[in-house]
Design a protein around this ligand. Sequence first.
Ligand SMILES: [Zn+2]
Length: 107
Amino acid sequence: MLTFQQQEFDSEHDRSFYLCNDLLSVANELGIETGFMLSADMELEQLQSVQAELEKIIEAEYEAKKDDFRRMKRCPQGFKWNPEGTGWRCEGGSHYCTPEQIKQFME
Ligand SMILES: [Zn+2]
């Protein structure tokens, strides 16, 4: 479900390191505190387990947001909400809600 840009890498290790970095920044954007620290001299196996762990955490967060999204009413002007960054923006574009504020728009 998560898609990454196609990119060439010198080694499986480089590729995994790149993906982990990417996943960490996605987690940050979603406001998830993962506690993972990456270092370029980590073993490939370590990187792959961090990668798997991060993918799991992020998928779960997306799933949770999808449920919230289904229960949401429309914005004051009647537009639907779409996830954006750590919150939601209405399709009209003029309303933005943080995860805390969105509760007032839940059914
Ligand atoms: Zn709106």
